[in-house]
Design a protein around this ligand. Structure first.
Ligand code: GLN
Length: 483
């Protein structure tokens, strides 16, 4: 018997509409699960019970009046780098430990207008920098499939909350991997939308030219629904485009004749052999379902991570300059302004933030700017063009999401370079500005493996179509961890 907190978006909607349960009951089931499981998994930094109960009562009134949309009364979790007015929003950093948001992010406004219930704020690597959620200043989130392992990062809290059924769905943000890699590690679906398709107004900036907000959910249809709710132009974010929601009917189309490219650079030596085998079987399945799979080559893939390191650290150094002890958050008590700046940063930022500020400042400094930053920008254009070229020949690409399954806590923490390598298959999609999804495609030693599908900009419907066909033919996404 399914518990209410285990439901998908559609199942919850049907149950609410048929009056099998109320939003209050659904919300209480999620809050109960969150309170029981969170002490072990540490997915949520904050459980917003009061707000949730208040919103649930309001949703039930609306449901009674028959004024419902797909999301009315559904409990959702937000990554704690999205502003929810009057609620502490930490960005995973000590520097914002007591920072109360003064306005709503655009995605939060959209969820609010749709009648969503906010259950809590999810843990993350400090300012979304990391691949394990171990860089959080507050808690180390655990993987619901194995509490000794990381949930991935930086949206590890959001992914673990969905995998552990503390909520119906969650939002995360993805700059290099941060939705897809934790989705893969936790056995759920995660989407990085096309750059410019979802507003980042009210998202704490990390690498502004790459950051995107996206859904983490229990299946592809839910990802499509949540994506449709948050996407579209926002006059408060000048990088957004005028786009329409994806027609849900795309899920009904089969994939006969869909041209899928398998880039050989994503199946390299050094990746986990089991993961490669499982992903290859998943690709075989897509072939059985009628897709035409061909091996292709994307030789610039090998530069993506290096380009990312330069671009990301440069933008991070710039974006984090605003935390100076004067404008936001922690302010060191010091006699001079210089010392307030210095000490606020010294006390407020964790090691990864400091490392990246130093690297980014170096990459942008006079004398090195041309060698590093400008060169990275040139390569970025070439990588984008390489995607454009392949998408003239194929409809989408399939790859592993990560080179291995979830690793142990502490395993890579002291070794940032190895940690950075976890992003190797996900970062090209951010650099190229394209869209990509990760879906569950099997298990290695009891741990989930993710299949990544990549499509051209604004072609999310292709991702949903291929992912849904795979899901209908398998039941990996239905597996639940025992906690
Ligand atoms: N692993 C990436 C990093 O450390 C994650 C960034 C992201 O997607 N937010 O930079």
């Amino acid at each position: 018997m399914m518990k209410l907190n285990q439901l998908t978006i559609n199942e919850a909607r049907q149950g609410l509409d048929k009056k099998e349960f109320t939003s209050l009951e659904l919300t209480q089931a999620c809050l109960k699960a969150a309170k029981e499981i969170n002490p072990k998994v540490k997915a949520l930094l904050q459980i917003t019970d009061d707000l949730a109960m208040q919103q649930a009562k309001k949703a039930d009134q609306e449901i009674k009046k028959g004024q419902v949309g797909l999301f009315t009364g559904l409990p959702i979790v937000l990554k704690d780098n999205m502003l929810l007015k009057n609620t502490i929003t930490t960005g995973g950093s000590k520097i914002l430990e007591n920072y109360k948001a003064t306005y709503n992010a655009t995605v939060v406004d959209k969820l609010n207008n749709a009648g969503v219930i906010f259950i809590g704020k999810a843990n993350l690597d400090e300012f979304a920098m990391g691949s394990s959620t171990e860089n959080s200043a507050f808690d180390k989130t655990r993987n619901p499939w194995d509490l000794d392992r990381v949930p991935g990062g930086s949206s590890g809290g959001s992914a673990a909350a969905v995998a552990a059924d503390m909520c119906i769905a969650a939002l995360g943000s993805d700059t290099a991997s941060s939705i897809r890699q934790p989705a893969s590690f936790c056995g759920i679906v995660g989407l990085k939308p096309t750059y410019g398709r979802v507003s980042r107004y009210g998202l704490i900036a990390m690498t502004s030219s790459l950051d995107q907000i996206g859904p983490l959910t229990k299946n592809t249809e839910d990802t499509l629904s949540l994506f449709n709710l948050i996407q579209g132009q926002d006059k408060k974010d000048a990088t957004t485009y005028k786009t329409k929601p994806v027609d849900i009917k795309c899920l009904m189309n089969d994939i006969k004749g869909v041209k899928i490219g398998m880039p050989k650079e994503y199946f390299i030596e050094g990746m986990d052999a089991e993961v490669r085998e499982i992903v290859k079987q998943a690709i075989k399945k897509l072939e059985d379902l009628g897709a035409e799979v061909t091996e292709i080559s994307m030789p610039l893939t090998k530069y993506a991570l290096a380009v990312y390191q330069i671009m990301a650290t440069s933008e991070i150094a710039t974006n984090l300059a605003r935390y100076d002890g004067i404008r936001y958050g922690l302010s060191a008590k010091e006699p001079t302004l210089q010392k307030v700046y210095g000490q606020s940063k010294a006390q407020g930022f964790g090691n990864e933030a400091k490392r990246r500020i130093i690297l980014g400042t170096f990459a942008l400094s006079a004398g090195y700017y041309d060698q590093y930053y400008v060169k990275a920008q040139k390569l970025r254009v070439l990588i984008k063009k390489e995607f454009e070229q392949v998408f003239k020949k194929v409809d989408c690409l399939v790859t592993p999401t990560t080179p291995s399954v979830a690793f142990k806590l502490g395993e890579k923490y002291e070794d940032p370079l190895t940690m950075y390598l976890s992003d190797i298959y996900t970062v090209p999609a951010n650099i190229g500005g394209v869209c990509a999804i990760s879906i569950p495609c099997g298990f290695d030693q009891g741990l989930p493996v993710g299949l990544q599908i990549i499509a051209k900009p604004f072609d999310e419907q292709m991702l949903f179509r291929v992912a849904n066909n795979y899901e209908q033919a398998t039941d990996w996404h239905k597996q639940k961890p025992e906690i």
